[in-house]
Design a protein around this ligand. Sequence first.
Ligand code: PAF
Length: 288
Amino acid sequence: MIDTITDLPALRRHILEWRRAGLRIGFVPTMGNLHEGHYSLVELARAHSDRVISSVFVNPTQFGPSEDFTRYPRTPEADMTGLAAAGCDALWLPTVEGMYPFGVELASNIRLPGVADVLEGVHRPGHFDGVCTVVARLFNQVQPDVAAFGKKDFQQLAVIQQMVIDLAYPLELLRGEIVREADGLAMSSRNQYLSAQERATATVIHRTLRGMRDATLAGTSRLVVEAQAGLALAEAGFDVDYAAVRTPDLAEPSASSEAYAAPGPRVALIAARLGRTRLIDNIEFDLR
Ligand code: PAF
């Protein structure tokens, strides 16, 4: 059985008990509808701490007005069972009122310029403000020693890393590997929105990412790689937000693609829509 906590005083008592016992606390924040990707984060946190606490909170402030906040899948029973099986010790289930005591409109907002403004930031304006605003609160509530986030949300990790440094949170971020289905599709709560036909097409994303990596390693220029990937996705039926090759800081490359040919780590990222479902994925590699 997993301890389920629904109010802040109870959470604080729980955390204090662990602290008094000298235990190291690992944290896995989620929006629920958990899958193997989330459970691998629990295992990662477990390997770096004595107790693991996860949160499930579908955060209204990180969804745009036309996004899927109301239809976002909510599966509390299955989440509890899965978390317990994955070795999670406690589950923090805040309410919207508990998370935003003055209401969403009057909530203190954390806005990170720079890394939050590119890629997802262009296509989902305000999204990372909502993510930072809730993750900062969750860090204040749980006060973990380590917190695990998945690399599927590559930019989210970069944004949170910047926030942790900038706001001097005394914690270490753990980066969990992307967990994929057998056919390469990155696991995501949003995959279940896909029709059978869309689900089959969705595998094109990972294939395209590998193609972007291989073409970059073979010396094809960034702009050509990005254009070819965009075309391949569009031909498969995707509405493409971006197909981009970046350095891991996600800085916009300079106009000169030659400068971008310098060796070092790279990440290829895709965000694209199939019908009403928006999917993101990425692949990291080293340019030698
Ligand atoms: O990655 C997520 O599930 C969410 O963005 C997070 C980090 C739990 C904040 O709501």
